[in-house]
Structure formats: C-alpha cells, structure tokens
Design a protein around this ligand. Structure first.
Ligand code: AP5
Length: 218
C-alpha cells in the first residue's frame, strides 16, 4: 500500500494515518513530525525549518524533498508507506513521482480530506500531542485516559507552537494557495478520492477504508 493523505491543517490526517498504518502494517511518514523532531534536536535542518513552521508557512521544497528521499531509503518502507502531509506543492508532487519511479513504485491512492475552517480551528485549539511517542489526542473529541499525560507512554502532553489561532488561519491560507492545486493534479491521474473530514473519527476511518478498497469511487 502506497498512499498519500492531503488536507488542510487539523482536518485529521495524522489521526487517520496513525490508525491506518497500524491496521495495515505499513509505516506512516509525516513530514511535519520529522521536521518537529529536527527542531527539537536543534539539527541544522531543524534550525532552518523552525522559522517557517512557527510562521505557518511551508518549509522550502528542496528541504522537504531531500528529507523525504532520505526517509524513504529506510528498510521499513519496503512493505509500503503512508505519506501524511507530503506532497504539499506541485513541485513536491513531481519530485515524489520521480522518486517513486526510480524505486519502480506507483501510488495506489491519494485521499483528500475536507472540513470547514471553523471545525478546523476547534480541532486544533483542543489538540494535545505526546512528545514521546507522537500520539495525538483532543481534549474533547479524543481525550487521553490519563489527565494531561499520554495514555500510551505516560509523557506529559503538549500543545503545538503553531496551534495558535492566528497561525492556524495563516496555515489555512497557505493550504488553499499552495496545496489545493494538487487536487486537480491527482484527479487527472485518476488517483484522487475526496472524503468528508467533519464526521467522527470512527466514521472518517470507515470512509478511508472504503475508498482504499474501491478504486472506482474516485
Ligand atoms: P503538519 O504537522 O503536517 O501539520 P498540518 O498539515 O498543518 O496538519 P496537522 O498535523 O496540524 O493536522 P492533521 O490533519 O494531522 O490533524 P490531526 O489528526 O492532528 O505540518 C506542520 C508544519 O510543518 C507545516 O505548517 C509546515 O511548516 C511544515 N511542513 C510539513 N510538511 C511539509 C511539506 N510537505 N512541505 C513544506 N512544509 C511542510 O487532528 C487535529 C485534532 O483534531 C486532534 O486533536 C485530533 O484528536 C482531532 N481530530 C482528528 N480527527 C477528528 C474527528 N474526525 N473528529 C473530531 N476530532 C478529530
């Protein structure tokens, strides 16, 4: 299985990617997670990326494409992979095609999630993430069983720096301008499946499974 998840910030890509990857035994690669880890460790990549991320802007294409190319070389991508938040521009999508062609691979599906901006702001303002294992919760919609701590590994939960309302609105603008052209790009290749991200987590998961099973519903 080689799948891409596209959608505005906070629509639930990471939540669904976490579930789908576990269920199908494929690795989830989130460029946002890789970048946040680089920032946390203070690597040269992290230092370069931080200002873009804090401002709600995209990290330059050459940086993320290089990062993804390196990540795909790891042995855990042999059985398939789920790309969460990559590509986000046409330049990245074309680079992914070249990378995959070089590996003799093709995408099976591109799942695009949609939701209204107000739903997104509500989801992101209640999001809490585990800095240890990366698990994502929501104070209201998906609370951790342990107050302020991760139910899986026990670390204290954190709120992301870019989940402030003004930065969320900037990220939405960037999504509309730079990422939505990918919908036509993948529709033209017969790969796109659009689903409603406003339903409950379980209902969205069912929709994802359905479109992955039914290529004719593009
Ligand atoms: P990234 O980390 O990828 O952020 P994003 O795309 O903005 O997406 P989010 O992680 O904010 O949201 P999500 O859709 O995964 O939602 P989640 O499942 O957490 O990127 C961060 C930054 O890194 C970017 O701004 C950019 O600077 C840089 N970057 C990353 N990739 C890049 C690239 N390719 N090119 C350039 N720059 C790049 O859900 C949100 C909340 O809602 C959670 O609390 C969850 O519990 C809850 N929730 C989820 N689903 C539901 C539901 N159905 N009902 C109710 N609540 C729900």
């Amino acid at each position: 299985m080689r799948v891409v998840f596209i959608g505005p910030p906070g629509v639930g890509k990471g939540t669904q990617a976490q579930r789908l990857a576990a269920r199908h035994g494929v690795v989830k690669i989130s460029t946002g997670d890789v970048l946040r880890e680089a920032v946390r460790q203070g690597t040269p990549l992290g230092v370069r990326a931080k200002a873009f991320m804090d401002a709600g802007a995209l990290v330059p294409d050459d940086v993320v494409v290089g990062m993804l190319a390196e990540r795909l070389q790891a042995g855990d991508t042999q059985k398939g992979y789920l790309l969460d938040g990559f590509p986000r521009t046409i330049v990245q999508a074309e680079a992914l095609e070249r990378l995959m062609a070089g590996r003799g691979e093709q995408l099976d599906r591109v799942v695009a999630f949609g939701a209204d901006p107000e739903v997104i702001v509500e989801r992101l303002s209640g999001r809490r993430s585990c800095p240890g294992c990366g698990k994502v919760y929501h104070t209201r919609f998906d609370p951790s069983p342990r107050a302020n701590a991760c139910g899986a590994c026990g670390e204290a939960l954190m709120q992301r720096q870019d989940d402030r309302e003004d930065t969320i609105r900037k990220r939405l603008l960037v999504y509309n301008e730079e990422t939505t052209p990918l919908l036509a790009f993948y529709r033209n290749r017969g790969l796109l499946a659009q689903i409603d991200g406003t339903a409950s987590i379980d209902e969205v998961a069912d929709q994802v499974e359905k479109v992955l099973r039914a290529p004719e519903s593009v």
